[in-house]
Design a protein. Structure first.
Length: 402
């Protein structure tokens, strides 16, 4: 966090109700996103839990673009079905498309037509699309999803953990937005949605916190009951006053153009270095991480032996670099058949904390990965599962080498 965020913490108001820190955060959220109502939560998955307690029922479907792991977990825990409508271009790792995180709106409308509205909980669009490689969603695509949501009377929710990075890519890549301010782009993005969830550790640059924001007072009122049950009273909801103060400041800092430019350029620096070693990564580079194509890196390791997880282990052993698998292990089992799901992409994600590392650190990460690449043929087998949780297994799974 910045010095201004730490300073804001010192003025945090810890009153149970009506804390000045709550109102400071409320105004920041309204100013930046345009949403008039919000509920604070202790992090993003808590926001999902509260909101889905209102929206998601057993037997529902929830279409979206590559639901984040906790999002899908909350949906499936409620015996509903997450339906991935990400555009097919997202699975072509080397093809340059400016908005690989987009929703396939034709596929989405087919789903909306085929089910009664009461069986579709909401449409969720994640910006940027983490599971598809940190890829952005265009304004045109958000506008079209918003149009379809209104047409079929379905709630449209944005998972906004990396909304500022998404806005930067719109400014950089989408015609008509190069001269617009980041916050102006942000307000337009959210104008097409009915609400949002936020994991504030990402683009608000805080150590802990999250929130749900709403356009509709009725949805806010219904969610407030669950917020009180699961999180805390509606004016703190699992956050201390000092954390809300730091979050309010972080929302402004996270939407500054110069900060975003520096941040995304550092990600690109790492991607460029890795590519120089002949290693395949998802292109164009995403906003918060570089995603290594583990299928190509360890092409001799079968999917049943989790090549991306195997690569994550090898990189940690080699250089103490902690990445994460975005592949079959995270995809989890089909909730009905209990068979492993094998997604089109099998990736090692190298996510970069904000305002922490230098480019020399990035050089080290790339060099460590290169060393593993040079000895990849000696990695003859992958891993298998010794123990797994029944849902969201990748957080705590026990593995052994084969």
């Amino acid at each position: 966090m910045s010095d201004r965020q730490w300073s804001a913490m010192m003025t945090g108001d810890e009153s149970y109700a009506g804390a000045t820190s709550y109102y400071l955060l409320k105004e920041a959220i309204k100013d930046i996103t345009g949403f008039s109502y919000f509920l604070p939560t202790h992090q993003g998955r808590a926001a999902e839990n509260v909101l889905f307690s209102v929206l998601v029922k057993e037997g529902d479907i929830v279409p979206g673009n590559s639901h984040f792991d906790t999002t899908k977990g909350h949906i499936e825990f409620r015996k509903a079905t997450a339906v991935d409508c990400t555009a097919d271009i997202s699975s072509d790792t080397s093809h340059f498309h400016p908005f690989k995180g987009n929703v396939d709106t034709v596929r989405l409308e087919t789903i909306l037509k085929s089910r009664p509205a009461e069986k579709i909980s909401c449409i969720i669009v994640t910006i940027t699309n983490n599971t598809a490689g940190g890829q952005p969603v265009s304004m045109e695509n958000l506008r079209e999803v918003g149009r379809l949501a209104k047409k079929y009377k379905i709630k449209f929710i944005i998972d906004g953990a990396r909304f500022a990075e998404n806005a930067y890519f719109i400014k950089l890549r989408e015609p008509g937005y190069s001269d617009k301010e980041i916050r102006e782009i942000v307000r337009e993005m959210f104008s097409y949605a009915d609400g949002m969830t936020m994991s504030s550790k990402k683009d608000a640059i805080v150590n802990m916190g999250g929130f749900i924001a709403f356009r509709d007072e009725d949805l806010f009122t219904q969610s407030s009951t669950y917020n009180i049950i699961y999180e805390g009273f509606i004016t703190y909801g699992g956050m201390s006053g000092r954390d809300m103060a730091a979050l309010a400041q972080g929302l402004y800092e996270g939407t500054e153009h110069d900060y975003l430019e520096s941040r995304i350029n550092q990600v690109a620096w790492l991607g460029t270095k890795i590519k120089e070693y002949g290693i395949d990564v998802i292109e164009p580079f995403g906003g918060h991480a570089i995603f290594v194509d583990a299928k190509k890196f360890l092409s001799h390791i079968p999917r049943e032996e989790f090549p991306a997880q195997t690569l994550a282990i090898e990189l940690y052993i080699e250089g103490g670099v902690r990445g994460i698998e975005i592949g079959a292990l995270m995809a989890d089992r089909d909730p009905v058949t209990r068979e492993n799901r094998y997604p089109a992409l099998e990736m090692l994600r190298l996510a970069i904390p904000r305002r922490v590392y230098t480019n020399n650190h990035m050089n080290y990460v790339a060099a460590a990965l290169q060393t593993v690449f040079e000895r990849r043929e000696k990695i003859t087998r992958g891993v298998r599962i010794k123990w797994e949780a029944p849902i969201m297994r990748h957080f705590t799974v026990g593995l052994e080498r084969l």
